[in-house]
Write a protein that binds this ligand. Structure first.
Ligand code: SF4
Ligand code: SF4
Length: 433
């Protein structure tokens, strides 16, 4: 039977109704010195040195950009050690031991609104760059590069769809801080000279619709911002799919949305723009979902960047009893990275950690049901790509356009034979470079 499905069970009910809990005073934070985009770094502090919250302690180097590294608490610098990043790799992290004084660096001062109103695109770009803001939905792409576009942007869209199952950190951020998100959008619109804004939410998220429309009407009557409800299917949060539904624009593979007059930012990134511009503050805290059927008390946290997930697990009353083996997923279950260790650190791009009972599924032979083909959002043929990988036939992999895969995980999710089809397509992408 063909299982054509873009619906996935969402499991958000585990956490979305609960207010987020603050966890901003850990004993220590561990600041990632490397990440998925930056392999090298320079650290400008030494063990024993005192640093202030928001102080620049070093620089990360990406392929074509640099990122200042900021202290997310005030305290004393410790040693550099290896910790897991959300990409599943161990990377260098520097410890800062908390002095529990929250002493802000002298540079962290509020800007008056009348100053911000005069800002040009270059001003916004410079601020966002100096605060090292990146796509906080998980992409990690430097925000200043998007903000510096010279393309004419007709519409700025804030992506609040959060279509990955289990995740509800963006949802809580909007409910608890709608003004930060909308003001961030306002600054982005000003930077890009754009008159029209949109906030895209899933159709079912009615509380968000009410909160956002009310705050827009009362506090931002001058803004032309529409809250649009999209479909409730996966991967509705994929930017190209979001633009298709929200604006009826079909953006071809490999073309930047800016070329079509649109640009998208994640909810947390919009709030990050607000913090950077209004308070001159880098990302020192973030909304974070800790959930899964292995956790006694799944919930959202407003957490200090660099905090240990093990500490958060303790705050969530630990693990349920009688579990033999755990599966730790960094990010969403569809697109995230699976690991076996919970010794992970919340980086600024870590949206969530999901901890599940590990259930081994036995793969069975492909029954050629076609479910993966009918479900694929980019309309390629995962099963044929898998067969080409097994034969190591790179020409066929190219011909089948494996490079278009967005690694949404849907082909694995729907597979009748429980085959990890996405892994094969991911491998094909690597093989054809
Ligand atoms: S081939 Fe890629 S894009 Fe298509 S369903 Fe599988 S993971 Fe998603
Ligand atoms: S790989 Fe799975 S979903 Fe795709 S055709 Fe084979 S059995 Fe069906």
């Amino acid at each position: 039977m063909i299982k054509k499905s873009r619906k996935v069970r969402d499991y958000k009910a585990l956490t979305k109704a609960l207010p987020s809990q603050r966890y901003v005073d850990p004993e220590s934070v561990y600041i990632h010195l490397q990440n998925g985009r930056c392999k090298t770094y320079e650290l400008n502090v030494t063990p024993g040195q005192h640093v202030k919250l928001g102080e620049v302690i070093g620089t990360r180097f990406g392929g074509f950009f640099e990122q200042p590294i900021h202290a997310t608490i005030s305290g004393v610098v410790g040693e550099v050690s290896k910790k897991f990043h959300r990409t599943g790799r161990k990377v260098d992290c520097v410890e800062i031991r908390n002095d529990f004084k929250d002493t802000y660096h002298e540079s962290i001062v509020d800007r008056p609104d009348h100053i911000i109103e005069e800002f040009t695109q270059d001003d916004f770009v410079e601020i966002v760059k100096s605060k090292s803001l990146v796509g906080l939905g998980g992409s990690g792409f430097p925000t200043y590069i998007k903000l510096a576009t010279k393309d004419k942007i007709d519409t700025v869209v804030i992506n609040a769809v959060e279509c990955e199952p289990y995740l509800s950190s963006d949802y809580r951020l909007i409910l608890e801080h709608p003004g930060r998100v909308i003001t961030g959008l306002k600054y982005i619109m000003q930077a890009l000279g754009t008159k029209k804004g949109m906030i895209a939410i899933k159709s079912e998220k009615d509380p968000l619709y009410q909160v956002l429309t009310q705050v827009l009407n009362v506090r931002f009557p001058e803004l032309d911002v529409e809250v649009v409800k999209l479909g409730n299917h996966y991967p509705q949060g994929w930017e190209i799919e979001m633009f298709r539904w929200a604006l009826n624009i079909d953006i071809p593979h490999g073309v930047l949305p800016m070329k079509y007059g649109v640009i998208g930012f994640n909810v947390s990134t919009a709030a990050g723009v607000f913090d950077a511009v209004k308070h001159n503050l880098p990302v020192v805290k973030r909304y974070f979902t800790l959930t899964g059927d292995a956790i006694k008390f799944p919930q959202n946290y407003r957490v200090r960047v660099g905090a240990s997930v093990r500490e958060l697990i303790k705050l969530s009353d630990g693990y349920k009893d009688g579990l033999d083996e755990l599966l730790v997923v960094m990010g969403g279950p569809m697109m995230g990275t699976s690991m076996t260790s919970d010794d992970v650190i919340v980086s600024k791009t870590t949206t969530s950690v999901i901890i599940l009972k590990n259930v081994e599924y036995k793969e069975e032979p492909c029954v050629r049901c076609g479910s993966c083909v009918y479900s694929c959002p980019v309309r390629i043929e995962p099963v044929q790509i898998m067969n080409a990988v097994k034969r190591n036939d790179k020409e066929v992999m190219k011909g089948l356009e494996a490079f278009k895969c967005i690694e949404c995980g849907l082909c694995t999710y729907v597979c009748t034979s429980k085959i990890h089809v996405t892994d094969y397509v991911r491998k094909a992408k690597k093989l054809i470079g």
